[in-house]
Write a protein that binds this ligand. Structure first.
Ligand code: ZN
Length: 410
């Protein structure tokens, strides 16, 4: 997306003092004169910032303000070893809530809504962000956090929660539980704000229909405030993001080259106003693309597509790049296949083998379903797969991000 005047101004303003304030960037940009960054093109020559750089700065190496200005820290999940610590100033916390409130307004929430927050509270940013934005809007927060399904459903009924905030897998779990218990008529939900995971169209439809709600995708990552930096609208075509706080680029995940507008690549984010830990050209590993033109909803903020996967989910099998959203898409077209699946990739006797496990909806013939899936997979992806149909609920659900592709080759 072309850098606008306002963004360039904010970046240049930030660059005047960045190296003085931040040890991290004074080292990273040691041999670069930031005052010479005069255009978008100059900017795109700056080196990227990687998650590994942030980890190396543990614990507080990213801090770019004096101690007395830091009011809070958050930490991103360290799946491998050292976590990343992000310090926030009062202004950062406020800015985040402003963006989050904007998300809720984009989803049509008002101060009469009751917002049921199931993402966790604590070091990870999710819960508190959902709460701060809703409070700023003037809605009533029901701060549940994750787990304890009985309690969740009881409070949802008693408090007449109108909005569910959850990850897609937890929303699915709750939707299934509501259906199982036959308590749908006691649930007052109208909207779901679903974050932090890429999810397929079929799963989305199931959650929406079982809960009887309209769903909105919310986007964000701990390194850049947290969830709330973008959200889908009623038109349901991609997500608006707040380009007065953030500058987005889409690059080729392998070469780092800026891609032509509309092509799928890795999202790279630069913060324009963040004080506690500004980030310049941060590689998110999220795959998406810019959506051209203005949205029919009338919102002027630009859009990216729904997150299509992670650069590290992209696997190459028999020379073909495969990412999870392709499989989601495929499953939506097959009658009898649920949205739940897993892919196993193995290497045996010199050959790559791909096995697709799919849950079967009740009342379908599994042999016929296997045949249909086999053909559809070959047609859509271009390689053969071994198909294994399993029963509903046989594949794992979790409150955290659900991994669906397992590469056992290395
Ligand atoms: Zn829109």
């Amino acid at each position: 997306m072309k850098m606008n005047e306002y963004q360039l101004k904010l970046i240049q303003e930030q660059f005047k003092t960045l190296k003085d304030k931040s040890d991290f960037y004074s080292r990273k940009f040691e041999n670069i004169d930031l005052e010479k960054i005069q255009t978008e093109e100059d900017f795109t020559k700056l080196p990227f910032t990687w998650k590994g750089d942030l980890r190396d700065a543990y614990p507080l190496g990213l801090q770019a303000v004096p101690e007395e200005e830091v009011v809070r820290i958050h930490s991103s999940s360290g799946t491998t070893g050292t976590p990343v610590i992000i310090p926030y100033t009062r202004k950062d916390v406020e800015d985040w809530a402003v963006m989050f409130e904007r998300c809720y307004r984009t989803a049509g929430l008002t101060d009469l809504d009751r917002v049921h927050v199931t993402p966790g509270y604590g070091l990870w940013t999710a819960g508190i962000g959902f709460q701060a934005g809703a409070e700023r809007l003037g809605a009533m927060v029901v701060p549940m956090g994750p787990g304890n399904t009985n309690k969740q459903l009881q409070m949802m009924m008693d408090m007449k929660s109108t909005v569910l905030c959850a990850t897609s897998s937890y929303a699915l779990l709750l939707a299934e539980e509501i259906a199982k218990r036959g308590i749908g008529d006691k649930i007052a939900l109208k909207k779901g704000v679903i974050g932090s995971e890429r999810w397929g169209e079929k799963m989305r439809k199931r959650i929406a229909s079982e809960l009887g709600v309209q769903l909105y995708d919310i986007y964000g990552l701990t390194e850049i405030y947290g969830p709330g930096i973008g959200i889908s609208c009623d038109e349901d075509c991609g997500m608006h993001y707040w380009d007065d706080y953030l500058y987005f680029e889409i690059v080729d995940p392998k070469t780092g080259e800026i891609l032509p507008e509309g092509e799928i690549g890795e999202l790279v984010i630069t913060t324009l106003k963040k004080q506690g830990a500004p980030l310049i050209r941060y590689r998110t590993h999220d795959l998406t693309r810019f959506l051209p033109g203005e949205c029919k909803c009338g919102c002027k903020y630009p859009r990216i597509d729904t997150i299509l996967g992670r650069t590290d989910d992209m696997v190459k099998v028999k020379g073909v790049n495969i990412f999870p959203s392709q499989i989601d898409e495929l499953l939506t077209k097959i009658e009898g296949a649920s949205s739940e699946y897993q892919v196993m990739i193995d290497h045996m006797e010199g050959k790559d083998l791909l096995t697709l496990f799919v849950e079967q909806e009740d009342g379908y013939n599994s042999a016929a379903l296997e045949e249909n899936l086999k053909e559809a997979f070959k047609n859509a992806i271009g390689i053969a797969a071994i198909i294994k149909v399993v029963g509903m609920g046989d594949l794992p659900r979790s409150e955290k991000k659900t991994a669906r592709i397992f590469d056992n080759r290395y």
